[in-house]
Design a protein. Structure first.
Length: 290
């Protein structure tokens, strides 16, 4: 959207803050996961890939910051314009699919007949992650066509809604990145609540459930406004409406903010879990020597 109706707020500093905080947060989260790799759970593997997806998105922020701050606008050429746009959609898809994986794996872990499946077949978890990345990249292909560089005095990397494949891109996202995610989450949460109601307990299960809730909550709070804005914008006949353009920028920035919020909340959950785990280990050691 290159016509923002004289809306001149600069997002370069915001992009910079999100980039620094996000890189530090996800770097710390990755460090914690790598340090405890010998006791990784299924959830940890999916969180690792989620953090990598967030880091990839964060790496694109300096490009947008330069476009916002520079008088010349987008100076990185058409190829990097398409790459940054594609990474944005890859993050959307991979985030949704990995949340599905976390939810399903947690559900399997609390069902007596399937709880040992992932432990006996760890390759399934890694295969799921590979499939998630492949599907996310394939579904982001339309973005490589849609994103383009426009403008004469000040070039801009934009999402060109006049491209015919735009509707296909939206259809794919709302089908696989939204509707599919919603259906699976509702089903999993219903089954999870039922299993917990029946008395299923366990330290690891409780921690995994908190991870599911945290990731789902951040996903909803940071992505819902952007999804609503995209839907309204796509169905509006006045794409140059100033309010819609501002909403697009603000909600897009909010989507990037989830890359900062995710690792912070996950680290809080993880630290509390590690502390509880050490307490249980101390109790077991005391019992052995008593």
């Amino acid at each position: 959207m290159d016509d923002l109706n004289n809306f001149t707020y600069s997002y370069d500093q915001d992009y910079g803050v999100v980039f620094v905080v996000g890189i530090l947060g996800n770097g710390l989260l990755l460090g914690v996961l790598i340090k405890s790799r010998k006791v990784w759970s299924t959830t940890d593997t999916f969180i690792l890939h989620r953090a990598v997806a967030d880091v990839l998105l964060l790496v694109t922020l300096p490009f947008w910051a330069v476009q916002s701050a520079s008088d010349a606008g987008w100076v990185f050429g058409l190829f990097f314009c398409k790459v940054t746009g594609g990474v944005f959609k890859i993050n959307l898809y991979s985030g949704s699919f990995l949340l599905v994986c976390i939810s399903v794996s947690y559900l399997l872990s609390i069902i007596p007949s399937t709880k040992e499946f992932m432990k006996k077949k760890p390759w399934v978890v890694h295969a799921c992650c590979v499939v998630v990345w492949i599907i996310s990249v394939l579904l982001s292909v339309p973005e490589w066509i849609i994103y383009t560089v426009t403008g004469q005095e000040k070039s801009r990397c934009i999402y060109d809604m006049d491209v015919g494949i735009h509707n296909i891109s939206l259809g794919l996202y709302y089908t696989f990145g939204f509707a599919f995610l919603l259906v699976v989450l509702v089903f999993c949460f219903f089954c999870i609540v039922w299993q917990l109601w029946c008395g299923t307990k366990g330290l690891q299960n409780q921690r995994a459930f908190k991870v599911v809730v945290v990731v789902a909550a951040v996903l909803f709070l940071c992505w819902a406004p952007f999804n609503i804005t995209v839907w309204v914008y796509n169905n509006s006949v006045h794409h140059c409406n100033r309010s819609l353009n501002i909403a697009w920028l603000v909600t897009s920035a909010l989507h990037h903010f989830h890359c900062c919020l995710n690792p912070i909340l996950l680290l809080l959950v993880d630290v509390k879990y590690r502390q509880q785990q050490h307490v249980y280990q101390d109790i077991e050691l005391t019992a052995q020597f008593s």
